[in-house]
Design a protein around this ligand. Structure first.
Ligand code: C5P
Length: 294
């Protein structure tokens, strides 16, 4: 049996992020469109005795990534082992390139990658049941576990409709030097809404069938409240739009702002004008496949 495999854990952006009712669990139901990026972490899992996680790479923050037991990739492997009864031990190695805590789904992508890699090596794969396990780890994890380049998703992210991926577009990620906790962003939104809860909108495939339509339908419920509490985010959205992006929007609950361009922009010029870290990547039309090591 293969004892080791790897995959690129691609980051995501949300072209649509609507936050609906708060459920009894305390979590909110979502209506969202996920799209994968080329930017990704390298994730490798080996079947071993013992359980370990090693993270290195340019996106590991100076203060580290916190306790291993709280790490989503480590928890994903534990959840898989509990659900399947295999493996008893695993060694996870991650080379991190996705900025941490920026709304690009980095931790969730790593968790999704671990689940895909384990299921590819497993003596009893979960296959179609993998997204349900993934949903217990967070609302971005089912999409990042599934093999869709782009999808409309509802509920806690486990109900998905695959969308034909839009052609690849150059994408600028502007990463301001501020972190926004997901729980903090939900708190601001709840405060802003009072008791109001928006209804689902019944989006269809047609709403995201071209970039033109996707740009018209794009919205992120967090953006106005986050922009009010963190004005730097509002400035970045305007600056990226002024640099020629056809869509400039907050990613997830922030703090990264993404810009989708028709033509590759002058990244050095954008970095100079906005004065914060930028990464240039592309939206992706494919899901990178798991590679089994010999
Ligand atoms: O998924 P994660 O644990 O990062 O979420 C952090 C917090 O954000 C949750 O404790 C919850 O308050 C809020 N949240 C939510 N609905 C979601 C996802 C997160 O209310 N779908």
């Amino acid at each position: 049996m293969t004892q080791s495999a790897r995959v690129v854990a691609q980051a995501k952006i949300n072209l649509l992020l609507r936050i609906l009712a708060r459920e009894a669990s305390g979590y909110h139901s979502l209506e969202t469109v996920f799209l994968r990026l080329d930017l990704g972490d390298d994730v490798r899992v080996r079947i071993t005795a013992g359980r370990s996680l090693d993270c290195a790479g340019p996106a590991v923050p100076a203060e580290g990534l916190g306790p291993i037991e709280r790490n989503l990739a480590f928890r994903a492997a534990g959840a898989y082992a509990n659900a399947v009864g295999w493996p008893s031990g695993f060694a996870i190695e991650i080379n991190k390139r996705i900025p941490v805590g920026g709304g690009l789904g980095g931790g969730s992508a790593d968790a999704g990658a671990v689940l895909r890699v384990l299921d590819a090596m497993s003596p009893t794969p979960l296959g179609q049941d993998l997204p349900a396990l993934a949903a217990e780890l967070g609302s971005d994890v089912p999409f990042l576990t599934a093999e869709h380049g782009m999808a409309l998703a509802w509920s806690r992210g486990e109900r998905m409709l695959a969308l034909p991926a839009l052609e690849a577009r150059p994408t600028v990620l502007a990463i301001p030097p501020i972190s926004i906790w997901t729980s903090e962003a939900y708190g601001w939104l709840a405060q802003d809404r009072g008791g109001y809860t928006p209804a689902p909108r019944a989006y269809t495939l047609a709403d995201f069938a071209s970039w033109e339509r996707a740009v018209a339908a794009a919205r992120n419920d967090f953006q106005p409240v986050v922009a009010r509490h963190r004005p730097q985010v509002a400035e970045l959205v305007d600056e990226i739009a002024a640099a020629g992006a056809e869509l400039s929007m907050l990613s997830g609950s922030g703090s990264t702002v993404f810009g989708i361009f028709r033509e590759a922009p002058d990244a050095a010029q954008i970095t100079r004008s906005i004065g914060c870290t930028t990464l240039v990547t592309s939206t992706s039309t494919r899901v990178v496949s798991v590679e089994l090591d010999e």
